[in-house]
Design a binder for this molecule. Structure first.
Ligand code: ZN
Length: 92
């Protein structure tokens, strides 16, 4: 996979993560995210900060969800992810 394509996939995953963080993502989409993250260093980096959310996704059970992620926490995660991606895009 070329770096650019990887970045495009990252952005696609990022858009999914928006729903992911809203706890609106079905299990198969969670698996797609995790499959991409497994082979993508920038997303691995981001996943480290999302570990708790990933764990939540793996055990996705709509009737048993803990408290939703707060709006402020979500924005921090999105900002962190965008920062990681922009740094990767400008790196040599
Ligand atoms: Zn990625």
């Amino acid at each position: 996979m070329k770096p650019h394509e990887r970045t495009e996939k990252c952005k696609e995953v990022f858009s999914l993560l928006s729903d992911y963080l809203d706890l609106e993502l079905p299990a198969d989409a969670c698996q797609e995210i995790e499959a991409h993250i497994a082979g993508c260093p920038p997303c691995i980096e981001f996943a480290e900060s999302l570990r708790k959310t990933v764990e939540l996704c793996r055990h996705y059970q709509p009737a048993k969800l803990p408290e939703p992620i707060g709006k402020q926490a979500r924005e921090q995660l999105l900002n962190a992810y965008g920062k990681i991606l922009s740094e990767r895009e400008t790196a040599p």
